[in-house]
Design a protein around this ligand. Structure first.
Ligand SMILES: Nc1nc2c(ncn2[C@@H]2O[C@H](COP(=O)(O)OP(=O)(O)OP(=O)(O)O)[C@@H](O)[C@H]2O)c(=O)[nH]1
Ligand SMILES: [Mg+2]
Length: 473
């Protein structure tokens, strides 16, 4: 689904460079590429124009967070605009009481109405409803038989008559539903090759006769712009409640999915993603935007970073690292920042490909204990942990309600972390930033960790040499 668009957009984001703020200069080429990618995906040109304008307005002047790459921020901005473009949508079906609720499916020939009627029937059953499928397509000779077969497959009752007037059949089917305790009637109507007056009049007569509660237009996503144009025509003549976009599994471009809401003003409510009867999904703009961008969870990563790390705080921390004045208070702050983000491990998990990373695990109870210990230290000890000797260790341990060896193990952890962080090139956030800027590549990540490990090994070796020297003395 949408493979080409996904591929093109991701190369646009990768190519974005620069730091600090997003300016007209650094995104103009990217926007040109986004525009081109959308047009090639068969998105309506008016929609493309407006979309790019909105993205540009949202992007220019935005500060790029220290821990992020401008490409990532752009992904988030484009994601937000995609969600806006396709939504909002309420996929709930409103049922009337007393029933039955009448749902009409309309659409051009071959768009998937009959299949969708059966799929919708199954969906309604899953919601605890008792649906009735009505064969109201009396144009195509085999249509009635087709619905009967699909109904049988799905185990859903089908109402069919040997008749010629779809209005009469619809009316009688609603009566049948009432009499038999069925609470939703799904009308499968006839399609035409093109929107024409005869088709529209027939549909209008049905809606008047049975007072349809919801009218869904079924559209074939593979027909791209044609689907969108016909949706507009249908919507001008019938009061549509929403669109069901079918055959999305075969749509590599995505033009219809992206244009329907903007062109018709009516949202997509469901999508068909296969011929099988269980292939009907509620439409969620957020999920669709993520699928289109194909960016793992970069979007939530950016959201979390924006929420929880203050840019200036990160910069200050980095300076402290460089100057070597990084103490326990800073260490605690970093731990809190990480905790708020759901822990470093959680964060790492969100990076595509870095799922199994175990190196930087921290659990909540450990963090709490570390906090208690740090709180029992004097400001001087926090700034300069090297002065913590045996007697200070005992005092701190008593204050925090832990054993002296817990204190020394925290001091060791602190020193190890500080060394590791330094090795990860100048501060946690700088290090993370470099990792993120590297395009989430697992190699860069493990190289950074390796270099941290080597650094650690080197310092350990140095300590041992010193220890031996002391012993000799
Ligand atoms: N791949 C795929 N095929 C679908 C989907 N929905 C429907 N189809 C196929 O599209 C073809 C037409 O579907 P129908 O349900 O007969 O379409 P219709 O709108 O009722 O057609 P008419 O009654 O002739 O107007 C069938 O071969 C379906 O299996 C879908 O979501 N994905
Ligand atoms: Mg049909």
């Amino acid at each position: 689904m949408f493979d080409t668009l996904t591929e093109k957009l991701s190369s646009v984001f990768r190519s974005l460079s620069g730091r600090g703020r997003i300016t007209e200069a650094n995104i103009s080429d990217a926007m040109y590429q986004v525009r081109k990618a959308l047009l090639e995906a068969d998105v309506h040109y008016q929609v493309v124009k407006q979309f790019c304008k909105d993205v540009q307005e949202a992007a220019i002047g935005r500060q790029v967070h220290h821990s992020l790459h401008p490409g990532q921020l752009m992904i988030k901005i484009v994601y937000d605009e995609l969600v806006r473009l396709m939504g909002p949508v309420d996929t709930r079906i409103y049922f009337v009481s007393p029933g039955p609720t009448v749902i009409m499916l309309a659409g051009l020939q071959g768009c998937g109405k009959t299949t969708t009627a059966a799929k919708l029937g199954l969906y309604l059953v899953s919601k605890g409803r008792k649906p009735l499928l009505v064969a109201d397509d009396l144009q195509r000779p085999a249509a009635v038989e087709q619905l009967k077969i699909l109904g049988q497959q799905a185990g859903i009752q089908v109402y069919a008559e040997q008749a010629t007037d779809p209005v009469a059949v619809a009316t009688r089917s609603v009566r049948f539903a009432k009499e038999n305790g069925l609470d939703v009637v799904v009308l499968d109507t006839a399609g035409r090759l093109h929107v024409d007056d005869a088709l529209m009049e027939e549909l209008q007569r049905i809606t008047k006769a049975v007072a349809c509660h919801q009218i869904y237009l079924v559209c074939d996503a593979m027909t791209g712009q044609d689907a969108v144009n016909s949706a507009k025509e249908f919507n001008d003549r019938l009061e549509l409640d929403g669109v069901i976009l079918t055959k999305l599994d075969g749509d590599a471009r995505g033009g219809a999915a992206l244009s329907v809401k903007a062109v018709t003003g009516k949202p997509i409510k469901f999508i068909g993603t296969g011929e099988k009867l269980d292939r009907l999904e509620e439409f969620h703009p957020e999920r669709m935007a993520s699928r289109i961008l194909g960016m793992g969870d970069v979007v939530s990563l950016v959201e979390k970073a924006q929420q929880h790390i203050e840019a200036q705080e990160a910069a200050k921390m980095q300076q402290k690292m460089v100057k070597g004045t990084f103490g326990f208070d800073d260490f605690l702050k970093q731990l809190h920042a990480l905790k708020k983000m759901g822990g470093l491990t959680e964060m790492m998990k969100m990076l595509p490909g870095a799922g199994q990373l175990q190196e930087l695990e921290l659990d909540d109870s450990q963090i709490k204990r570390m906090e208690a210990i740090v709180q029992s230290m004097t400001p001087q000890e926090r700034r300069n942990p090297d002065i913590i000797d045996a007697s200070r260790r005992r005092r701190i341990a008593a204050g925090a309600g832990v054993q002296p060896h817990d204190v020394s193990s925290l001091v060791k952890t602190f020193i190890r972390t500080r060394d590791m962080i330094r090795a990860l090139s100048g501060g946690t956030f700088g290090g993370l930033r470099n990792l993120l800027a590297g395009g989430f590549n697992l190699e860069a990540l493990s190289a950074a960790i390796q270099s941290g490990r080597k650094f650690k090994l080197r310092t350990q070796a140095r300590h041992q040499v010193r220890k031996k020297a002391r012993r000799r003395r």
